[in-house]
Structures are given as structure tokens and as C-alpha cells.
Design a protein around this ligand. Structure first.
Ligand code: HEM
Length: 535
């Protein structure tokens, strides 16, 4: 049975509906058949054949997105695979040990080059901008160019310190504003995902891009942003984007225009350090105003989408489990809550949330394990032997498949498919769940297996900021509100759209909830201490 032609997604949906794209691929393949001879080297990872030669795996990916990798894994269970595609191939890695080898081979497995090549599809960089980006893509090049300069700046400015504190303070102030206006007086019914999306968009854009950010100037662009997100995977190949992902394509145009105006008005001078530096570095390397605007669309996307989706899942995971909610409230109350002004102002101490609330942090990481199916992709720039065993040939793409590793019982234990709130209790790598109760917690998971923020030299630089935003919101929600299903029962957790591979899963359906203030918290104003008291 060939997964590319038989399996269906929950609800019988297909991933992208890219019938047109399929037709184009078929025409290109038929026209160029004689060039499409792929001869695997016997040292390459095991080849998984497709029922339809040359294009079977491409069709599988178009139909099922990230789900396709899991379907293949269920059938083959290899630690590493070769998927022939046209006259090339893609390698998939599903073993944490090999993932660690891939991370170490960063000299010939390049994240930066792959990012560079994806820019024309994602944000329509023109030829000039591409020349700038592809010049000196690696730090080890004789003349390192724009991409390594940007990489270094992001890792230093978004690391714990003054600049991170500034954006954290701003984003949390925004969250507090939203929360303090919510369900005052009576209960409120709302679409939780939409609410999280909208408030994250406004607060994160304000913290990063300053008071003249594009959503503050044109609030209708929030909707356009999420239309773009819904079609980003389809836009990436850059093939007939206006036909294949029409809504996303036109949404992206609106966002370009707004960011170009933002640059022209020099609004970035009022923004956070990270954005001021981004614009300056891009301009110094020769990007023009138009391309500076395009560049910010993709940065906003990377900053907003994963953190928003993760927050939604974390809130859902907490409120759908009344016992867990009770424990998390007790933990926060005991360790991270400061009372001011005779009880009317209650302050969440962010440092204590991170360091003294192990259950909350464990639930956060478990939420990411179950939803952050963000593959780590690298371009093979020269033939590379991995683990002295597998040959990866130059000019192919290798992907560490997070969704498969995150759900492998051999990695996490027999309950890998279940939500285990204590899996990461006192262990950032996670504890292996042994069947034998006596052995529980005795073995740690290989740290490389937790892939939500990738790994090696490409560990997400935004992870500290993401943690502030996500933990801050979930903790405040847990303390101030009761969130239930509309009928009053525990909030259900919606199904996941497992088709993505670029970002944290989206929920499959809208989720309406009732939200009301907790008894005793009716008149409380919530606030945050972004840094915590001095040590
Ligand atoms: C839960 C939230 C987040 C998740 C799960 C996440 C995940 C990731 C992953 C997996 C990568 C590496 C991709 C690869 O290896 O192919 C990455 C890179 C990146 N992330 Fe995040 N991210 C999150 C939040 C953020 C935030 C809030 C920001 C910005 C403030 C951000 C900025 C970036 C940037 C700039 C890169 C590229 C790094 C480079 O050029 O080396 N991320 N992220």
C-alpha cells in the first residue's frame, strides 16, 4: 500500500488541495522524463520507492503535508530514509542519534543556504536581494555576508539581558491590558483560538515593532496576516502563487505595502533593538526599501505564528484537565504570585514562573512536544558521511522530522502518544516513561529528541521571548479565570491539523468557550514583573 495514494487526514481532508500544482508537476515531469534518472549510491540511506515514479513523494507531500512523513514512518520505521524526487532526493531523519550527527555536520549541512533559497518563494526577494543573501552565507566563509551577520545579531539581542527584558515588559503589559478587560462583570463566550491570535498579533507587534507597527496603523492587517499564514506552505515553492494560494498571495501584498511604508516613515526608529538592528543590517548589506519591507513580513511571521499557536494549546491543555488546573493554580499561588495594594493588584513574577513552577514548565514543554512539528531542514552542500554509515549527496535536502521523533515510544516511553503533564518535571530533556512503575523517572530522554526549537547551531533565538509570552499568558489565565465549554463542562481540546511542517500545528476547528472571572478574583487587576525581584 503506497501512503501517497491511500491514506486520508482527519475529516477526510487533503493537505493543500494543490490540484493545479500537481498538474504542473506532471507536465514538467513528462516533458523532462529523459533527464529524470536518479541512481542511488548504495551508501545512501534506504530508499523508499514511490508508487508513481519521480513524483509520488511530491504528490504525497502536496496532499498530506507534514502528515506524509508520519505515514511513511508508520510503514517503514527506518532511522533515516531516502525519498527519490524527480532527479534528486530528500533525506528524512527520524532517529535522535542521527539527528545529533546531522547537527554536528553543520559545515556541509547548511541551514543558512536553505533559508536563502526559500526567500524568493516566501517573500519574493528579487534578484539583487538574492545576490546579497547568497553572498557569504556561512560564518566560516572568507567574507561572511548578510545571513551570518543577522544570525549573530539575533542570537545576541534575543538572549537573556536588557533587550529581552524590554520586549518582555512591553508584551506582558499588552497581555495584562487584554486580560484586565476580559469578562468584567459577567461571563463571556468567545472563540479562544481567534482571541489568542488577535491579542498576540497586537501585543507582539507592539513589543517588537513599536507604537507605529503595521497592526496599530491598520488593524485590518491582523486578518491579512493570518490569511498569509494559512497559505504560507503553498506559497513557498513560488509556483503560480496567485493561483495556488490566492488569498495568502494578496494578503502578503497588503503586508508588504504596510511594511514598506513603515520603513519609509522610519517607524523602526521607535521599535525594539532587535528590529532597529535588523533594518540597519539589511540596509547596510544593500537591500532597498522595498526588500526591507518584504524582509519584515517573514520575521513577523516567524515571531508570531509559533508562539500564538503554542499559547493556544497550552491554555487548552490546562483548562481541559480540571485536576491539573487546580495543581497549577496552587503552584503559581505558592511560588510566583505577589499581592499588592491590599489584594486588588496581583503580580505574576516571571522569574519565579520559569524557575519555581516545575509543573507549569513541564506542561509547557509537553505541549510543545505534542504540537511543535517544526522540521529542522538543511541543504547538503557537499557529499557528507553521517555516523560513518550513511552518505548524503550534495544538493539534496535533509529534514529531521520532529513530528516522528516527538511521538516515538522508543524515545519517550510507552505513553508517547498521550499528554503526560509531568514528563518534563525537573528535566528539560524529559523523563522516559517506563512500564515498570519502580523504574519511572530513572532514565532521561536524549536531549536532542526535544525538537520544538530545533538544535545545534540553529537553536531558535526567539525561544526565551516565546517562553515569556506563552507562560505569562497561560499563568494569568489560569489564575484569573474559569474557562469551560459553552455547556459548562471542561473545555475540550480540539483536533490538530497535522499537515504543517513549518510551524506549530493549528487547531482543526474553532473552539468556543465560556470565560468568567474566578470567585474572589472579580476585582483583581493582573500585572507582571517581567524580571522578578533582584537575586
Ligand atoms: C513556541 C514558539 C517558537 C517555536 C516553536 C520556534 C521554533 C523555531 C525553530 C524550530 C527554528 C529552527 C528551524 C530549523 O532548524 O530549520 C526557529 C528559528 C528561528 N526562530 Fe523560532 N520559534 C518560536 C518562537 C520564536 C520567536 C518568538 C521568535 C522571535 C522573536 C523566533 C525567531 C526565530 C528566528 C529568527 C529563527 C531563525 C534563526 C537563524 O537565523 O538562525 N522564534 N524557530
Amino acid at each position: 500500500m503506497d501512503p501517497s495514494t491511500t491514506a486520508t487526514l482527519p475529516g477526510g481532508r487533503t493537505a493543500t488541495g494543490g490540484i493545479l500544482l500537481l498538474a504542473i508537476v506532471a507536465v514538467v515531469v513528462l516533458a523532462s522524463r529523459r533527464f529524470l534518472q536518479y541512481y542511488p549510491d548504495p551508501r545512501e540511506p534506504p530508499v523508499v520507492p514511490a508508487r508513481i515514479p519521480y513524483v509520488g513523494h511530491i504528490i504525497g507531500l502536496i496532499r498530506y503535508g507534514g502528515q506524509y512523513f508520519r505515514m511513511l514512518d508508520e510503514r517503514y520505521k527506518y532511522p533515516i530514509y531516502t525519498l527519490p524526487m524527480l532527479n534528486s532526493r530528500m533525506y528524512l531523519v527520524t532517529s535522535p542519534v542521527l539527528a545529533s550527527n546531522i547537527q554536528r555536520a553543520s559545515k556541509t549541512l547548511s541551514f543558512n543556504k536553505l533559508v536563502g533559497y526559500s526567500l524568493p518563494g516566501m517573500i519574493e526577494y528579487d534578484e539583487e536581494a538574492m545576490k546579497v543573501c547568497m553572498n557569504g552565507t556561512e560564518k566560516t566563509d572568507e567574507n561572511p555576508g548578510l545571513i551570518p551577520a543577522m544570525h549573530d545579531m539575533l542570537y545576541s539581542v534575543l538572549a537573556p539581558g536588557k533587550h529581552l527584558d524590554e520586549i518582555s515588559e512591553l508584551v506582558l503589559k499588552g497581555h495584562a491590558g487584554y486580560l484586565n478587560g476580559l469578562a468584567r462583570g459577567e461571563s463571556q463566550t468567545m472563540d479562544l483560538y481567534r482571541w489568542t491570535r488577535d491579542m498576540f498579533s497586537v501585543c507582539t507587534a507592539r513589543a517588537l515593532y513599536g507604537p507605529e507597527n503595521i497592526f496599530a496603523m491598520q488593524p485590518e492587517l491582523v486578518e491579512a496576516f493570518w490569511d498569509l499564514d494559512a497559505g504560507m506552505t503553498k506559497l513557498m515553492p513560488g509556483i503560480l502563487p496567485s493561483l495556488i494560494a490566492r488569498k495568502a498571495y494578496y494578503a502578503r501584498k497588503k503586508l508588504y505595502a504596510a511594511f514598506i511604508e513603515y520603513i519609509k516613515q522610519r517607524s523602526y526608529l521607535k521599535a525594539s533593538q532587535v528590529i532597529r538592528n535588523r533594518v540597519e543590517i539589511n540596509a547596510e548589506h544593500g537591500l532597498n526599501t522595498k526588500m526591507l519591507g518584504h524582509g519584515e513580513v517573514v520575521f513577523l511571521w516567524g515571531s508570531l505564528v509559533n508562539a500564538t499557536q503554542s499559547s493556544f494549546w497550552l491554555i487548552s491543555n490546562i483548562f481541559s484537565r480540571p485536576e491539573l488546573l487546580k495543581e497549577i493554580r496552587a503552584e503559581i499561588e505558592a511560588h510566583a504570585m505577589i499581592t499588592q495594594q491590599e489584594g486588588t493588584v496581583r503580580v505574576l513574577d516571571m522569574k519565579a514562573l520559569r524557575n519555581s513552577c516545575p509543573l507549569l514548565v513541564s506542561v509547557y514543554r509537553e505541549t510543545l512536544r505534542m504540537t511543535a512539528n517544526v522540521n529542522s531542514s538543511r541543504l547538503v552542500t557537499a557529499d557528507t558521511m553521517v555516523a560513518d554509515q550513511y552518505l548524503l549527496r550534495a544538493n539534496s535536502v535533509v529534514q529531521i522530522v520532529s513530528g516522528v521523533i516527538h511521538s516515538d515510544p522508543a524515545v519517550w516511553g510507552h505513553d508517547a502518544a498521550e499528554f503526560n503533564p509531568r514528563r518534563f518535571y525537573n528535566s528539560t530533556a524529559g523523563n522516559f516513561t517506563a512500564k515498570d512503575e519502580a523504574k519511572q523517572g530513572s532514565k532521561q530522554v536524549n536531549p536532542v529528541a526535544f525538537r520544538a526549537f530545533s538544535g545545534g547551531s540553529v537553536l531558535c533565538p526567539g525561544r526565551h521571548f516565546a517562553q515569556v509570552e506563552i507562560l505569562g499568558l497561560a499563568a494569568a489565565m489560569a489564575m484569573c479565570f474559569d474557562v469551560t465549554a459553552v455547556d459548562g463542562g471542561p473545555m475540550p481540546v480540539p483536533g490538530k491539523d497535522g499537515t504543517g511542517m513549518l510551524a506549530v500545528d493549528r487547531p482543526l476547528e474553532a473552539i468556543h468557550v465560556n470565560i468568567r472571572r474566578r470567585t474572589g478574583w472579580e476585582d483583581v487587576t493582573i500585572a507582571y514583573d517581567a524580571h522578578g525581584p533582584p537575586a
